[in-house]
Design a protein around this ligand. Structure first.
Ligand code: HEC
Length: 128
């Protein structure tokens, strides 16, 4: 019985460690969801920390809000064409290499390859 409690404690500690590691360093995370190809995860893990400071009401890029899936899908700029990531304005914006790349250089580095792939996957799977 005692041994079981010990093993349980060990596992809890390991879990804590993992969380600390996940959150230390790199961009601040606003989401408890791991990065996966869903809007909630992408919004929480990427848009919140890298885009929303400009892409929200009252900010410089308020015309291109990235707060909700509806806003992103209904944008007149064809930000997301379900099933076609390569022609979606969102993907073009984060993968271009000129000075229109998002986020702008003054706001930090480009998104990681993994982040870009996850957004592409979400769009190619229908942007549900
Ligand atoms: C420092 C502020 C800032 C940050 C951070 C930022 N953007 Fe932007 N973004 C802008 C501005 C300003 C525009 C132009 C808005 C307009 O046309 O009214 C823009 C435009 C865009 C557009 C529209 C491009 C087009 O073709 O019309 C997309 C898509 C976009 N941003 C995506 C992102 C994404 C995704 C992130 C985060 C990874 C991000 N941006 C981070 C400021 C920012």
């Amino acid at each position: 019985m005692k041994k079981r409690v010990f093993v349980f404690l060990l596992f809890s500690l390991a879990a804590c460690d993992f969380r600390i590691e996940k959150f230390s360093g790199g961009a601040e995370r606003f989401s408890d969801i791991p990065l996966e190809a869903t809007f909630a995860s992408i919004q929480g893990n990427i848009f919140q920390s890298r885009c929303i400071s400009c892409h929200s009401a009252g900010q410089s890029a308020w015309r291109v809000p990235l707060d909700t899936r509806e806003e992103v899908l209904n944008s007149p700029r064809e930000l997301v064409i379900p099933g076609n990531a390569d022609e979606s304005g969102l993907i073009i914006a984060i993968t271009r290499s000129d000075n229109k790349r998002m986020p702008p250089a003054k706001a930090g580095s480009a998104l990681s390859q993994q982040e870009i792939e996850m957004i592409k996957q979400w769009i190619n799977e229908g942007a549900l």
